[in-house]
Ligand binder design. Sequence first.
Ligand SMILES: NC(=O)c1ccc[n+]([C@@H]2O[C@H](COP(=O)([O-])OP(=O)(O)OC[C@H]3O[C@@H](n4cnc5c(N)ncnc54)[C@H](O)[C@@H]3O)[C@@H](O)[C@H]2O)c1
Length: 442
Amino acid sequence: MNIVAIGTGYVGLVTGVCYASLGHSVVCLDIDAVKVAGLQDGQLPIYEPGLDGLVQEAVAAGRLRFTTDYDDALNGAELALIAVGTPTEADSRRANTKFVDAAFDAILAARRSGPLSVVVKSTVPIGTNDRLQARLDASGANTGTASIHLASNPEFLREGAAIDDFMQPDRIVVGPRDGVAAEALRRLNQRFIDEGVAYVEVSAASAEMIKYAANAFLATKITFINEVASLCERVGANVEDVAHGIGLDQRIGSAFLATGPGYGGSCFPKDTLALVDTAQVEGSPVRILEAVIDVNEARKREMATKVIDALGGMDQARGKTAAIWGLTFKPDTDDLRDSPSIAIIPMLQQARIKVRAYDPQGMAGAEALFDGLSYAASALEAADGADVLCLVTHWPEFVSADLDAVRKRLAQPAMVDLRNVFDPASMKAAGWDYRSLGRPED
Ligand SMILES: NC(=O)c1ccc[n+]([C@@H]2O[C@H](COP(=O)([O-])OP(=O)(O)OC[C@H]3O[C@@H](n4cnc5c(N)ncnc54)[C@H](O)[C@@H]3O)[C@@H](O)[C@H]2O)c1
């Protein structure tokens, strides 16, 4: 099929490139001319493992190109995927759909030929598809052969594992508004349908709701285990054993039961807020999710307190140096959006702690987000002379670090491990003052 992916961010670029690698002919479109020029030059705007090679192959095979021009992209296209951002609106919990609306208006205004299915992949408030349909009807653009057929098709990929998630999806959820869009989406995904991937065809509103409900549930599961971890610290239980013990129950499942510094990233924080907003507007509050959001915010503050405690408390900590390993919200991405580090580091700085950070991919974007943070060129350099090391993101290079070498660089062999990467007993035996989450320290 001839398809257009609108927005070349984490979702649009990965989706566009992956459909090209499956044999579709894809144009990736973005209004950011610098991004598009870079892509035309072979430079990717994001870090995502495996993406580089797929882009090169698809471009070389003539199945992928990049443009800023809607007329050029849509001429001859059968399907357009809208994958632009939907950030939280300023001073509100609502998801801002202005980029989706702008992309849709640009599609309506563009030169088109033949029926075009317009598929909203962005995570949008429930009812957005209905609203776009009303906009389409009012525009009078849906006449003649160049008709437009709307659908919802939420995206579930995880940054850092986006290509695998695309190629081996748990399910594909589509909400076509008519037969033309339904047929186009089936053709687009025929390979997955043939492989037996669950293909969930529902109304557009249900598809939109599935995306929010999925993220809300996952955020709740993470937050639940985080609170259990805090309680484990009080009662002398081990959260890892508890997670294992409950995860074996098939009704619960073992995924998303790893305790950590609180969820972050480009999706969970904004999507939980947006669902709370929709629920309040509709007069059907999701109180459980309101609590999840509050608990998650508090969780990040607790993490900073753990570092301050490791330095001997507020008074002792002043003037000391903390090394931070990891700024991104998870490994294998350069995405810093709503990362726990953004909450933790300023709290340490407020306590007059000097902070030096290292992240394998996140440092380029960090300068715009942090004030007064110094950066190290390597994990070892970050540790140099620091009084405590705090592991925030479990990048593989931290997990496999030579801890003896790290310990020698530190002024004090103290570590606060916010991902429970290391074994408390071995760390203690090796002379570390080691603190982690929800596990007895000895
Ligand atoms: N990042 C994820 O892991 C993920 C996963 C599932 C769903 N989502 C959802 O997918 C959507 C996109 O997320 P993302 O992280 O890829 O966003 P992103 O911010 O990385 O990229 C969005 C891109 O859209 C471009 N853009 C904005 N307005 C445009 C317009 N009118 N025309 C063309 N391009 C335009 C921007 O320049 C930018 O390159 C969001 O709704 C998000 O919630 C994201």
